[in-house]
Design a protein. Structure first.
Length: 382
């Protein structure tokens, strides 16, 4: 990516954030519902989970009003048509259409459902706002934005009518095969570099870059397009470290607690107490399974990937930490050095591997059976 394009991307991203901050589809839905009768408004709110209501089935709503589920469906259809024809709020609906279209254009004309909803929602955790967004997308913008049905290749999403799913799926197939062949997690940058240099991209560049609608320039990057393809690809996912891989890999979607421990430690990049590791696993919400301190402690003890470096504190062995007591660590350090070392040098080397008090290291150095203090004050193996 050129510096100029990078600056342009940041400007566009900043503009999108400003638009999102002032763009509230919940308020638009509230305004639309005020133009309906109380019964019409209530039925739509119940059916689609609007206005703080929970979603209900046609049968549940029919029982409440003592009418058939088919009659509820008829009222639902007629009411949505009524909203689409409201002249009073046509400007607001058109603005919503332009904003969502702009987002899709900047991502290759296709986006995974949650990815798009997060972009247009003020808060990704605001379920009510996302339900309002879904209602607008699915029922009032259907002539300008199409839903993407999930299948073996893609997740649910939305696209612009001019975008061919065949081109998208062909690119996704190439990305999946590329990741599968490398057999390792890849950063976004690594995937983009590999894809841009692939025979597939070089042969299909015109078709792929044509998906970047609106402001595309000849040499503009396709990063947003590829990122959007990765998000909507069914077999690909991103782990908590931001690395991409196939979603059946335990380094992407871990099922075992020991793999969750690994990802949490890797993400935070430093030794942690097993209770902190437990809390972080539960915060990440990998799945519905709850982690308990005793379980996590057992996993840490039994898995060679983890090393006890302090009281209840564990680190990844790949960081250079070694198992064993402090005296074992000192002996290994002196053996590796191949020469006597000062107390300060030994303390520093031990603290690089273990989280212990200096007094513990000093005490270990008094072990005359294993450590010898030389007349010049340095230490060596006895």
């Amino acid at each position: 990516m050129t510096g100029q394009n990078s600056i342009l991307d940041k400007i566009i991203e900043s503009q999108e954030k400003q638009q999102a901050a002032s763009f509230n589809l919940s308020e638009l839905v509230n305004s639309l519902l005020k133009n309906l009768s109380s019964k019409e408004s209530d039925i739509l709110s119940r059916r689609f989970g609007l206005m703080g209501r929970e979603k209900e089935t046609l049968e549940q709503i029919g029982k409440y009003y003592n009418i058939t589920r088919e009659r509820i469906r008829q009222i639902e259809t007629a009411t949505i048509k009524k909203l689409a024809e409201l002249k009073e709020l046509k400007g607001e609906v058109d603005s919503a259409s332009q904003y969502v279209t702009h987002l899709l254009e900047n991502h290759g004309g296709v986006m995974e459902e949650k990815f798009l909803l997060d972009k247009i929602s003020q808060s990704a955790a605001d379920e009510q706002h996302q339900r309002s967004s879904q209602f607008i997308l699915n029922h009032l913008l259907r002539d300008k934005i199409e839903g993407v049905k999930p299948d073996a290749d893609v997740l649910p999403g939305y696209k612009l009518p001019v975008v061919s799913l065949d081109v998208v799926k062909a690119a996704i197939k190439e990305l999946v095969e590329m990741i599968d062949q490398q057999k390792k997690l890849l950063t976004s940058e690594e995937i983009l570099d590999s894809f841009r240099n692939s025979n597939f991209y070089l042969s299909n560049k015109d078709q792929i870059t044509a998906l970047k609608l609106g402001t595309l320039e000849e040499n503009e990057d396709i990063d947003n397009i590829i990122h959007s393809f990765l998000r909507i690809a069914k077999r690909v996912d991103q782990n908590i470290l931001g690395e991409w891989g196939l979603n059946n890999w335990n380094t992407v979607k871990p099922k075992r607690m020991s793999d969750k421990v690994y990802l949490v430690l890797k993400k935070h990049g430093k030794p942690l107490h097993f209770t902190d590791i437990t809390n972080l696993i539960n915060q990440e919400k990998f799945d519905k399974k709850i982690a308990y301190p005793a379980t996590i402690h057992n996993e840490l003890i039994l898995d060679d990937r983890y090393v006890l470096v302090g009281r209840g504190i564990y680190a990844l062995q790949e960081w250079g930490y070694k198992p064993g007591t402090v005296i074992d660590t000192i002996i290994e350090i002196l053996t590796k050095a191949g020469k006597p070392m000062t107390k300060e040098e030994i303390v520093k080397a031990v603290l690089d591997q273990r989280m212990v008090r200096k007094s513990t290291i000093y005490l270990a150095l008094t072990n005359k059976d294993k450590i010898k203090k030389l007349p010049d004050g340095r230490y060596t193996i006895n």
